[in-house]
Design a protein around this ligand. Sequence first.
Ligand code: GUN
Ligand code: ZN
Length: 430
Amino acid sequence: MRQLIRGRILDFHADPAETADHHRYIEDGAIVTDAGRIEAVGDYSALRQDGLAEIDHRPHLILPGFIDPHIHFPQLQVVASWGAQLLDWLQDYTFPAEAEFADPDHSRTMAGHFLDMLAMHGTTSAVAFCSSHRASAEALFGAALDREMALVAGKVMMDRGAIPAVHDTAQSSYDDSKALIRDWHGRGRLRYAVTPRFAITSTPEQLQAAGALAAEHPDCHIQTHMSENRDEIALTLQLYPQARDYLDVYETYGLVGPRTLLGHSIHLEPREIARMAETGARAVFCPTSNLFLGSGLFDADGLRAAGVVSGIATDIGGGTSWSMLATLAEGYKIMQLRGQKLTPFAAFHWATRGNALALGMADEIGTLAPGSAADLVVLNARATPAMALRMARAQTLSEELFILQIMGCDRAIAETYIAGRPMKAGRGKG
Ligand code: GUN
Ligand code: ZN
C-alpha cells in the first residue's frame, strides 16, 4: 500500500560532533512509503498526489525510528529491582527472572509485551540479549518477524556462575546458537548476534565455542558485557589469570572486531581503548543502567577522541526506562558530570543514525533514504502540560529537541511506524 505521511521531518547525514552540516529539516515535509519502504522524502507540496492516502502528523516531528543497541528481553519484569550493584543484582533478581524463559509459552507472551514496549517508546530496532534458553530466542525472533522488525538478537551463552536453571554447556550453547543462526539469521529483517553473556558466566571452553561461531558466521554480530563495575573486572581477571586485561579475554577467543558490541565499557585501561579503536569494536553506553546500578560514568568524549565508536542504549532491566529520550537525558547528565557536552542534535543523531553506524547497519536503519524500510518515530514536544508550558518559550528546533530529550517519555511518542505500519496509536489500521 502506498501512503504519504506528513509532518516536520528531521534526519541526519553526518555526525553533529564532527561537522556543521549534519541534518536535513523540512518544515512541511512528507514521506511517501510503498510496501513498507521509503519511496521519497521531500516537501509536501512536491510529493502530494490526488488519490494518495495521507496521514497528517503536523505539527509533530518525524525522524527515523530509535535504535536500542543493548537491551535484555527476559528482563522486562526486572526493571526497578531495589538496592543492588551488578553482581548481586544478577544473582538476586535477574537470573531467577530469566529462568522463567525456559517455558516457551512464557517466552511468547513476554515477546509480545517486549516488542509492544519498544514500539510504545518509539524504538523500531533493537539488539537484544535473550535468556540462555533457545525457546526465548525462538519466541522473540518469531514475534519480530511478524512485525517486520529489523531485530538483532541472540541466545545468551552462560555455562557457569549463575544458577542451574539458566546454565547451558559449551556444547549445547554452540549447538543451540548454530541452529538459531540457521533458522533466523537473514530471515526477513532479522539478524543473529553471538551472545556470550560476559566472561564471568562462561568457561574458557564456552568462549572458545563462541569464537568458533563468530568465525563460522562473520556476518553475525557479537554482543557481550565488559568493564561495567570494579568487582566484575576483579572477578574476571581472577577467573582468567593469563589475561592482560578484560578485553584480552575476549580477544583471546576471537570475539573482538567491528561487529562486536561491548556493553558498558566504563572502566577501561589505555590498552583496551587502543585495541577497541584498532579492531573497530564498539562501546555501548547504557546511562540509566550505569546510574541505577552505581556502575560508573562512561567516557563518551574520551572514547570518541581515541577513535572508538559508541552506541547508546537502555539496557533494560538494569536500565530504568524503555525510552531512548530518557536514555539521552541521563546520557546528557553523565556527560555533564564528566565535563562533556551532548548537544540536542548530537543526541538525536546518536539514537538514530549514530546507533545504526555502531551496528554497521546505517544503510538500512536510522535513515530516511529512499529504498530503506519505513521505520519512523513521530515526536510530540507538547505531549504533557509541563512540556507544552516549556515549549511556549522555545524558539528553535534545537530547543524543541532538548525539551523532548529532557522531559520526554512514552507520551511524547505520537506514533511509531515499523516497515510503514503504525504500531502505536494507529495499531491495527494498516
Ligand atoms: N553483565 C552481565 N549480564 C548483565 C546483565 O544482564 N545486565 C547488566 N547490566 N550487566 C550484565
Ligand atoms: Zn546488559
